[in-house]
Design a protein around this ligand. Structure first.
Ligand SMILES: [Zn+2]
Ligand SMILES: [Zn+2]
Length: 389
């Protein structure tokens, strides 16, 4: 469960998860869904029009979410007393996108995470805010492990993505009362794997300055902590997280009325559902919702009660969210929700744009989660289009 790795290996591993240059080039064509060079689906950040970012394998847009944590100076610790770790949290986003701090925790010696009060909840791009973590009393022998976790959010309109990042240090009291601080990192590779702690052999020693920044501080590598996100309920719901790259398959639609099976690859990572013609057929929508009569022919009157943009559907914060854009509202799981609502869809959810009876047109959602992770979602039109009822 525990492994040792060099800091460079750890960094390399996270670079492998980053979107490739060929995909960035391909994504500039907003109607492209896949990279024409490597075939990877183009998972654009919700804020793509501002940041031009693609999300990595963990769903993070590295342009919007670029936090940096630094231990700003080495402090003398009194053995038997506690140690103050002076830290600086910076937002290194290359575009002017703020980060919102949704929580901070510390954990010492493998105990439970304890919430920590921070004096700030927003960090503008380019800004840095200092804060201090105070340890429990240090003992003369052995090492003292301190972990720090931060929940950081990025927002685009109503869509918010929260991610947890963690870092850790080991404080050792050496002979003569000298205190050394060594970085270690809790690195949760993916939801499906068991999280492993990787010790980065970075030694923060008051006498050695080679790894320090011009200010005299040392960067503490922040690793994505997706197990912690589950524990704290920061992403997904009820322990189930829908992956940003989940494949959607549309069943029961006539040809050209729904996208081919695959992840959401539109210019803002959401799909438009409504009466509009689909992009495939020269319109602006992604999924066309029309009502058919009992004879299988188009029921124009009933179809007019559906807005051209009735819904937008996205995977946001590890959830499948339906935004009701139509002023007419919609029926979801037997309740009528007003226009402007944002509703989380679950396995077994059913929704309809029709004002009264849902029978002529509704969509059913289903998925099977594996180890709390959803990688495929079925959306089934009921009744099936193109057949008479
Ligand atoms: Zn590519
Ligand atoms: Zn972004």
């Amino acid at each position: 469960m525990y492994g040792r790795a060099k800091l460079s290996e750890l960094t390399q591993r996270s670079e492998n998860m980053m979107p490739r240059p060929c995909c960035h080039r391909a994504a500039l064509s907003l109607d492209a869904g896949f990279c024409d060079e490597c075939g990877t689906p183009l998972l654009r950040c919700a804020a793509y029009e501002e940041c031009g970012g693609l999300v990595d394998e963990g769903g993070v847009c590295p342009v919007c979410v670029a936090p940096r944590l630094e231990l700003t100076a080495q402090r003398e610790a009194q053995v038997g007393g506690s140690m103050a770790l002076p830290l600086l949290l910076e937002n290194r986003a290359r575009v002017g996108r703020p980060l919102f701090v949704r929580g901070a925790w510390t954990r010492e010696g493998g105990n439970d995470w304890q919430p920590m009060e921070l004096s700030f909840d927003r960090l503008d791009a380019g800004a840095g805010v200092p804060f201090t973590v105070r340890t429990e009393p240090l003992q003369r022998s052995g090492t003292h492990a301190v972990e720090i976790a931060l929940a950081l959010a990025t927002r685009w309109r109503w869509r918010e993505e929260v991610f947890a990042f963690a870092t850790g240090v080991e404080i050792a009291v050496e002979a003569g009362g000298e205190v050394s601080v060594t970085q270690n990192i809790t690195y949760d590779a993916s939801a499906a794997q068991t999280g492993a702690t990787i010790y980065a052999p970075l030694r923060l020693d008051a006498r050695k300055r080679e790894q320090t920044s011009p200010r005299g501080g040392t960067e503490l590598l922040l690793a994505r902590a997706d197990r912690l996100e589950r524990t704290l309920g920061l992403r997904g719901s009820q322990g189930t997280v829908i992956q940003r790259e989940a494949r959607l398959s549309w069943r029961g639609f006539a040809r050209g009325h729904a996208p081919a099976e695959g992840p959401i690859t539109t210019s803002d990572g959401s799909l438009v559902l409504g009466r509009s013609r689909t992009k495939m057929l020269g319109g602006s929508g992604d999924v066309r919702l029309l009502v058919q009569g009992a004879d299988g022919e188009l029921d124009e009157d009933a179809s007019r009660s559906i807005s051209r943009r009735h819904f937008s559907l996205s995977i946001t914060g590890g959830r499948l969210l339906l935004h009701i854009e139509s002023d007419l509202g919609a029926w979801i799981d037997g309740r009528h929700e007003p226009g402007g609502s944002i509703v989380e869809l679950r396995d077994g959810s059913r929704f309809s744009p029709l004002p009264r009876s849902q029978a002529p047109l509704s969509l059913e959602v289903s998925w099977a989660a594996q180890y709390g992770s959803v990688e495929a979602i079925q959306l089934t039109r009921v009744p099936r289009e193109g057949t008479s009822r």
